[in-house]
Design a binder for this molecule. Sequence first.
Ligand code: HEM
Length: 461
Amino acid sequence: MASFVYLQCMLCRKGYILVGIAQSSCVVPGPKHLPGLGNALEFQRDPLGFVTRLQRTYGDIARFYLLGTPVIVLSHPRHVRYLLTENPQNFTLREVMGDLQAVLGDGLLTIDGEPHRQQRRMVQPAFHKKRIMDYADVMVRHTLETLSRWRPGQRIEMAQAMQGVTMRIVAKCLFNIDLANQLTKLSTSFSTMMESQPPLYEYILNLHLNLPFTAYGRQQRSKAHIDSVIYDLIARRRTEGGDQDDVLSMLLFGDELDDTRIRDHIMTFFAAGHETTANALTWTFYLLARHPLVLEKLQAELRTVLAGAVPTSENCGRLQYLEWVFNEALRLYPPLWTMRRWARAAFELDGYHFPAGSVFVLSQWIIQRRPDLWEDPERFCPERWHPDRTQPIVPFSYFPFGVGPRTCIGMPFAQMEAKLLLATILQRYTPRLLPGYRAIPQVRVTLRPGDGVPMVLEEAR
Ligand code: HEM
């Protein structure tokens, strides 16, 4: 029997009615929700648990409500393939990136269509294989500089250390600047800007309270500080003139972009280029500390392959076990744990009809931990990446860097950086967790380990 379904779009606030095609059996299943609030409270309380339960209870296509907006959670690898690689032109992220766009502006992560294609092509040379190999020296140099401040027995906050070193690397490789003197303040500003999400009531009431003690106020002050650093960088470069063959030069001398747009790109590269990698590295150290046998095996590989030599882009390619360890850490703790999309035109999927304007979430967190796709999915097991493994990896069941035309442009950069940093640090130190410490994922746009992951440095054997 045909039924009528009323939906409301989160962004344009327009309501629309699905007629006829919406057989009652075709209404996407999901939990009960409160009028107005939807499932926002449950989602905000425990986002990871909430979306996992949603898939386990309601299946591969489930919906919940965030305030007045139905959000469809797609949890099967074929959905990843369909949205991101087979029909990416029908799914934009621009309409559902309001929170990120407010701070990042119109950078590569938040624009789409022809401008996205053109501007991605413009900066792509900075991420070619040869260029990434050139960055290796900078990556190792900054890691060694960090190590020069560490001592055996010292306690460090791993998350903070990784934020610092990855930010300096991205600044030097992409914009040829040394952030040594501004690092602490800039790093704090980035953290505050990305973390300060207004509480639910501020969001619901659409309050933008720019006061010293509100989340919105903190976010605005941090953004203003970062903006001043970026605009200063642009102005200096314009005065100096000359092509320095880095991303900043590509932006200045490529398509004609005004300073605001250049600022947006720089802000995006800074944010996307250090926060994600820093989280991935911190989670990797955490997992290694909790799995001493894996750590021993990895350090044995470093001793055998590197024999005490400094890691380079060349010798890193032979560290197979290290690669598996990093893949596995990204499977369990994907720094970007969901991807959001908005349908431009109506379409059918798995027997459901979705109107234009439907909002979708594809979650790495759900799909990369599905028990029917991953044997013993909660276990940290680098060996599952062995090419002769018994259970092959199901295509599109692993996508920490996304897939399709919007795949992370920084993927080869991040992979090289992570391997070099892990190898350089673990050659010298065995970071141990404080007794009883357990990291609780802090869920924002990214998945951070809460409490900064305090660790004590032991000299490596
Ligand atoms: C472990 C580290 C990283 C992870 C897990 C990661 C993950 C991702 C994912 C999932 C996307 C796709 C988002 C979407 O389509 O909704 C993305 C896009 C992007 N990433 Fe990364 N990223 C990492 C490191 C980096 C680095 C090092 C850079 C820059 C140096 C970077 C720059 C970008 C940019 C600019 C985009 C937008 C690309 C586009 O839409 O064309 N990322 N990243």
